[in-house]
Write a protein that binds this ligand. Structure first.
Ligand SMILES: Cc1cc2nc3c(=O)[nH]c(=O)nc-3n(C[C@H](O)[C@H](O)[C@H](O)COP(=O)(O)OP(=O)(O)OC[C@H]3O[C@@H](n4cnc5c(N)ncnc54)[C@H](O)[C@@H]3O)c2cc1C
Length: 414
């Protein structure tokens, strides 16, 4: 059996491991345009800030591929696939045959279309090379602007600030991360950003990036303000790397459409990770989920199925955890803070001491949880949500001093 995996990221490598665990004989080839062993993209901001050494961003080292008898075709671009002849086209000139193919090509940052968007000093963060480039530029720079209200935007702002640059952080929204946090949660995070000296500018975007001699010199914001900047970091979302699939006949939407077993619309082709728009058995919809945990889970499931097993994804429970200047923030369950009367929102006496704990119930079952400052209970919350465990009997004790959800799952597991 010959397995080909496009993408040496978290999803691709997890799938390769799952295949190797079940098929000791098959040939496994992993193709990637990057040249490094698989690394944690989420560690790049800490590497830029100086909190982490370069070697600690790697998930595996070079020997991993040899030790597991995997062929790593590094620095190779996949330019197309031909499902009829069962080959992957490499660098537009040679073909790599497969019996089972995994598409785990991830996503890339969306570019900002505005005047000055192509100036030297406009940066994006997805790869280790880009992180190295940001570090180099940071040595010369004095001021930076970061744009984007998602997790990556705030990480970029933090990295710029910790490099010692005067940092303005622009978000379109009227508060930090309203998709996930309520007003109390947002303000705890905003307070930390401000204390660290980041100039948070709400309801503001970039109108134009100003340049001098082809290099970034500042930005003009949508409110007309001019801010100085030697570097502008853009984090306005990601787009799946679908281009090489054009003309292949594979069904795609915003990602590659796959079922709950990660099977795509043509035989023996699978997709996993940021590029996969998988059927969510909970909602019945195909969803893109762009997180490390999702890449791991999908890679594992795809690898099992590619090597003859039978595995299915569970319903998607949104699970977002981030640490902002040492302040951990976890949002589990609901995508949006509920506005509906059917939900019961419990916060006890939080926020207090820079911490927040919020539990959202619907008909007695936990459906969402937010933890800020202390996130020990995040996984237990996910388990309870998944099991639709009935917490009615515990409702009045959930905010008792010392109460901990981690004690509940076992008791409610049945
Ligand atoms: C800076 C940063 C911080 C993040 N922080 C967090 C976090 O805190 N928590 C969290 O859960 N998630 C975080 N994420 C998201 C998380 O890293 C991704 O969801 C995850 O890495 C996706 O893994 P993947 O294997 O699907 O894709 P990727 O890791 O992107 O791997 C895809 C690979 O495919 C290769 N490729 C693409 N097209 C081709 C082609 N045509 N030919 C050859 N090779 C190709 C790419 O080079 C890439 O190596 C962060 C991401 C970034 C960039």
């Amino acid at each position: 059996m010959r397995y080909v995996i496009i993408g040496n990221g978290g999803a691709g490598v997890r799938a390769a491991q799952a295949i190797r665990a079940r098929d000791l004989e098959g040939d496994i080839a992993i193709v990637d345009r990057e040249t490094y062993p698989c690394y944690y993209r989420m560690r790049l901001p800490d590497y830029i800030s100086g909190w982490r050494k370069r070697e600690s961003v790697f998930l595996v080292d070079d020997s991993f591929y040899e030790d597991n008898r995997m062929e790593f075709l590094r620095g190779v671009e996949v330019t197309g696939i031909d499902p009829e002849s069962r080959v992957v086209r490499l660098d537009g000139r040679r073909d790599l045959p497969y019996h089972r193919l995994l598409i785990a090509a991830g996503a890339r940052p969306r570019e900002l279309a505005c005047p000055g968007g192509g100036l030297d000093g406009v940066v994006y963060l997805r790869t280790l090379d880009q992180a190295d480039d940001i570090i180099r530029r940071g040595r010369e720079a004095k001021a930076a602007v970061a744009l984007g209200g998602g997790l990556l935007g705030v990480e970029m702002a933090r990295a710029f600030n910790e490099m010692g640059l005067a940092t303005a952080y622009l978000i379109r929204e009227d508060r930090f991360w309203p998709q996930m946090l309520d007003a109390a949660g947002s303000s705890l995070v905003e307070k930390v950003l401000e204390e660290k000296g980041i100039e948070l500018r709400k309801e503001e975007g970039i109108e134009e990036i100003l340049g001098k001699d082809g290099r970034v010199a500042g930005v003009r914001t949508t409110s007309g303000a001019e801010l100085p900047a030697d570097m502008v970091g853009i984090a306005v979302g990601v787009a799946s790397n679908l281009e090489f699939l054009e003309g292949s006949g594979l069904e795609t939407d915003r990602g590659v459409l796959v079922d709950e077993g990660l099977r795509a619309s043509l035989p023996d082709i699978y997709a996993a990770g940021d590029i996969a728009q998988a059927l969510d058995v909970g909602s019945g919809e195909h969803r893109l989920v762009t997180s490390w945990l999702n890449a791991q889970r999908q890679g594992e499931t795809a690898g099992i199925n590619m090597s003859g097993g039978d595995s299915s994804l569970e319903a998607v429970i949104p699970y977002n955890v981030i640490v902002i200047y040492g302040l951990p923030v976890a949002c589990i369950g609901l995508d949006l803070p509920p506005a509906d009367a059917g939900y019961e929102v419990l916060t006890g006496d939080f926020p207090r001491d820079g911490k927040y704990r919020k539990l959202v119930l619907r008909e007695g079952a936990l459906v969402g949880a937010t933890f800020i400052g202390e996130v020990r209970e995040a996984q237990a919350a996910e388990t309870l949500i998944k099991k639709k465990a009935d917490l009615s009997g515990w409702r009045d004790r959930l905010f008792d001093p010392g109460f901990d959800l981690r004690r509940l799952p076992e008791e409610l597991a049945g």
